[in-house]
Write a protein of this length. Structure first.
Length: 30
């Protein structure tokens, strides 16, 4: 992961708190 984006709705993630690019990265940022 290069850029760390702020928590925002992720269209690909069920959590809805991941990054715009990956739900996997969102898990860590959650």
């Amino acid at each position: 992961a290069g850029m760390i984006l702020p928590k925002m709705p992720d269209f690909n993630c069920k959590e809805g708190t991941g990054t715009l690019t990956s739900c996997t990265l969102g898990s860590f940022q959650n």
